[in-house]
Design a protein around this ligand. Structure first.
Ligand code: SF4
Length: 63
């Protein structure tokens, strides 16, 4: 699995970071930074949750 973030869509809402700060971060502009591109274990659940919660639909998963 790979986490894909479309930084053009990201509005810096930060929901992904709140979901799992070990997997997602934000740069100085608030744009998402994916810290773990290929999540494993519990981080897979975090990634799925973040995709669901992102209000801008900027996150997706390649299975
Ligand atoms: S939740 Fe979505 S819009 Fe908000 S920072 Fe993360 S990727 Fe960007």
């Amino acid at each position: 699995m790979r986490i894909v973030a479309d930084t053009d869509l990201c509005i810096g809402a930060g929901q992904c970071v709140l979901t799992d700060p070990a997997v997602f971060d934000q740069d100085d502009d608030g744009t998402v930074v994916v810290l773990v591109e290929h999540p494993e274990g519990g981080q897979v659940d975090s990634a799925r949750e973040a995709v669901k919660l992102c209000p801008a639909m900027a996150l997706s998963l390649q299975e």
